[in-house]
Design a protein around this ligand. Structure first.
Ligand code: GSH
Length: 225
């Protein structure tokens, strides 16, 4: 079915989150998928021409072209969700919802990417940037694990867009930065629950056919680099 909304999805990338969000919302969209290119696993030129940012995700809606996951999420949630997958300001867990929604792209994902490039550059784990980032990432996972010991989802009792924002950094990203989740049993149980969601399965099947959800506690061995 043709729709006004098009998701330009770079396979094995954060744009997986947008495909999943639309599947959870059950809204119609056109999916255009692209592969990364060697040697840097960058988006292809065709993709980079869509928006000056050149990074996934990019969506089009009517004549509008939008990049940056947080902006894309806000756009889709505001325009198409009719209140679904977010909590209203009157909800007691509204603050938690906002925190985890924004924590994903504000801190978790940039921290993990910094560690990935640090490792690929051969930096010592004792370099100040690596050391400080590793501490922040560890603290982040400890807090996330403690949260998920008390609640089934990051916002709390309900599955929300905060989960759709956060899961990539815990799963597919580990193909690029293969870290272990063994110290965080509640995160691992959470990923098991997430992987059972029909919309998550559909999103991976459509956007990244053949990709097994990276939900095991140990660091994956079949990495991309
Ligand atoms: N903060 C940005 C980060 C986007 C980003 O770095 N996307 C990566 C995929 S995980 C990308 O497009 N890489 C390919 C490239 O830089 O050419 C967002 O969430 O939209």
């Amino acid at each position: 079915m043709s729709s006004a909304l098009t998701i330009h999805h770079l396979r094995r990338s954060v744009s997986e989150r947008v495909v999943w969000l639309c599947e959870e919302l059950d809204i119609p969209y056109n999916l255009k998928s692209y592969d990364r290119e060697l040697p840097d696993l960058a988006a292809p030129e065709e993709y980079r021409k869509l928006h000056w940012a050149g990074t996934a995700p990019i969506i089009e809606d009517g004549g509008m072209v939008l990049a940056e996951t947080s902006a894309v999420f806000e756009y889709i949630l505001t325009k198409y969700a009719n209140g679904r997958l977010s909590l209203p300001p009157t909800h007691p867990q509204y603050g938690d919802y906002l925190f985890w929604l924004h924590r994903a792209n504000g801190t978790t994902q940039p921290g993990l990417i910094t560690l990935m490039f640090s490792r690929l550059s051969g930096n010592s784990k004792e370099d100040i940037g690596t050391r400080v980032t590793q501490r922040r990432v560890d603290e982040n996972f400890e807090a996330m694990d403690a949260r998920l010991a008390k609640f089934p989802y990051l916002a709390g009792d309900e599955f929300t867009a905060a989960d759709c924002m956060s899961v990539f950094s815990l799963t597919t990203l580990r193909l690029f930065n293969p870290y272990s989740l063994e110290p965080y049993p509640n995160i691992v149980k959470y990923l098991e629950r997430i992987s059972q969601r029909a919309a998550y399965k559909r999103a991976l099947a459509k956007g990244d056919p053949g990709l097994e959800p990276v939900i095991s506690a140990h660091a994956p061995e079949n990495t991309v680099w």
